[in-house]
Write a protein that binds this ligand. Structure first.
Ligand code: FAD
Length: 483
């Protein structure tokens, strides 16, 4: 074991990013990362790149690291594809090519912040050991929420979070040839999976407790999505609570508060929760949202401990507050910054807007900024408008529905949601740039956007949505009802 040579800041060589002193003073520092998916592997890669002399260790309790969970629905829909296609880089490659000590099937049991050690369970060798660290990055992610419904442990009932869940669903589809599926929860994963299971030839019913699909989206968007599901033969039951599940011959019977469903496969996609128990037990502070509280450098309240990804909060630039919007985009970026900072850099995470998009059958859906559930205490309007996706006379033009959220008085853009059988998510990205710049609706209306009939109308749907919103604001549109 080599102890780092002590250096004074004057002796140290400046790092690439100008963070004087750190590059050398961190020689042989031990940077340990807990969790090996988006945030964890981004952190480890960045730490090793910036500080090659440091020992970088990743502890992952699962079998795989660095996989694209977001691709699972698209992989599941294709029986020809192996689920392992989603692994971007194997643990072996990280070890041999990047010099990162990746230990899969190693679960961290506890963190000792004072003694700077971890207690680890090596699942393969069935032994416990202790691991010292100088800098620690917590990237423990989130887990699928498991509602307390009796029967969720029956065979044929699946969450979809880790790669192993995707593999189990794929194997079940292959071996059991189920014909009917129920999806509990109509969030974006439920939507994506309804398409995947329809493409695998199953009858699909979605059961949602709220009175619309996509809770958190404006009803105008939810209605368009519900119509698309209907068109593609997916049955949707909203306002329905699942009470229990029981075996029904080879299948499963779901008892709801308004009838039963008999199916062969159940997917529970009822949201996610941050994995914070380990951090909390060590004295790491959690924020208002229940996820780990971090500052703009992704430092936690404890010295030398960082957090990144789905287990952590992020600064929401529109809300001007910490928020929890667990997404792969944020996990990658936060991981990179936490890894760099653990290796001595001085990087700031600029925050999030909550920009997200997904596809269901032919529809694209996107959102950025605040939505209908976020407007409590804000004098805001929600303006729905419809536009054509292409220029006059262009074949294949589709209707885009936009909902723009804006503050009365300041006329500041607060958020957008869009849906249509056309490029919608990239239009939401334009709104995201406008949100980041703090634009007013009038400023969005002035944007210089591309036009060619097969691509967009001369006034892009973005511009028309902004114009309609400005006019509604001027005409005194009613305040959007806050829940
Ligand atoms: P995770 O991916 O949850 O990884 C955390 C890891 O930490 C896990 O592997 C876990 O085993 C490990 N771990 C936890 N505790 C311990 C411990 N004590 N010891 C050792 N290891 C531990 N996001 C998007 O932006 N766009 C999308 O289109 C999108 N689609 C998605 C589709 C699906 C089906 C799913 C499931 C997610 C999707 N997401 C999407 C979300 C995205 O996948 C997550 O935001 C991202 O995986 C978060 O990465 P993470 O590294 O923070 O956490």
């Amino acid at each position: 074991e080599v102890t780092p040579e002590p250096v004074t800041p004057e002796e140290a060589t400046p790092a690439e990013d100008g963070s004087e002193g750190w590059a050398r003073s961190l020689q042989m520092t031990r940077i340990v990362v807990i969790g090996g998916v988006a945030a964890g592997m981004s952190a480890a890669s960045q730490a090793k790149r910036r500080s090659p002399e440091s020992e970088v260790i990743v502890l992952e309790r699962g079998e795989h690291v660095s996989y694209g969970a977001c691709g699972m629905p698209y992989n599941i829909e294709d029986p020809e594809r192996s689920i392992d296609d989603l692994v971007v880089m194997s643990a072996d490659t990280f070890r041999s090519k990047r010099g990162i000590d990746v230990r899969t099937r190693h679960e961290v049991l506890s963190i000792d912040p004072a003694g700077k050690t971890l207690t680890i369970w090596d699942l393969a060798d069935d032994r416990e050991y202790s691991q010292p660290w100088d800098r620690l990055i917590i990237a423990t992610g989130a887990r699928a929420f498991r509602p307390s419904i009796p029967g969720l442990d029956l065979a044929g009932v699946f969450p979809l979070r880790a790669l192993s869940d995707g593999a189990a669903i794929k194997e079940f589809l292959e071996l059991q040839q189920p014909r009917r599926a129920a999806i509990v929860g109509a969030g974006f994963i439920g939507m994506e999976m309804s398409e995947a299971l329809r493409l695998r030839g199953l009858d699909v019913v979605i059961l949602e407790r709220e009175d619309q699909v996509l809770p958190g989206f404006h009803p105008a968007v939810a209605e368009a999505v519900a119509a698309e599901l209907d068109e593609n033969g997916v049955r949707v039951r909203t306002g329905v609570s699942v009470r229990s599940l029981e075996r029904n011959g080879a299948g499963l019977k779901l008892h709801t508060d308004s009838g039963t469903e008999v199916v062969d496969l159940v997917l529970v996609s009822a949201g996610v929760r941050p994995n914070t128990a380990l951090a909390k037990a060590a004295g790491v502070a959690l924020g208002r949202t229940g996820a780990i509280k971090v500052d703009d450098h992704l430092r936690t309240n404890l010295a030398d401990i960082y957090a990144a990804g789905d287990c952590a909060e992020a600064w929401n630039r529109v809300r001007q507050d910490n928020d929890w919007v667990p997404l792969g985009t944020t996990a990658n970026k936060q991981g990179k910054i936490a890894g760099a900072n653990a290796a001595g850099a001085d990087l700031r995470f600029a925050g999030i807007l909550g920009t997200a998009g997904f596809k269901v059958f032919e529809l694209e859906v996107g959102r950025s900024g605040l939505g209908p559930d976020d407007l409590a205490g804000i004098d805001a309007v929600a303006v729905v408008s419809k536009q054509r996706s292409k220029g006059h006379g262009s074949p294949g033009s589709q209707t885009i529905t936009s909902v723009v959220f804006a503050e009365r008085g300041s006329e500041r853009l607060l958020g957008v949601q869009m849906v249509g059988k056309a490029p919608v998510a990239l239009r939401v990205d334009v709104f995201a740039a406008a949100l980041q710049a703090g634009m007013t609706i009038a400023e969005v209306e002035e944007l210089d956007l591309a036009y060619a009939p097969p691509i967009a109308p001369v006034y892009d749907p973005i511009l028309i949505a902004a114009t309609v919103t400005r006019k509604k604001l001027a005409a005194g549109a009613p305040t959007a009802a806050a829940p």
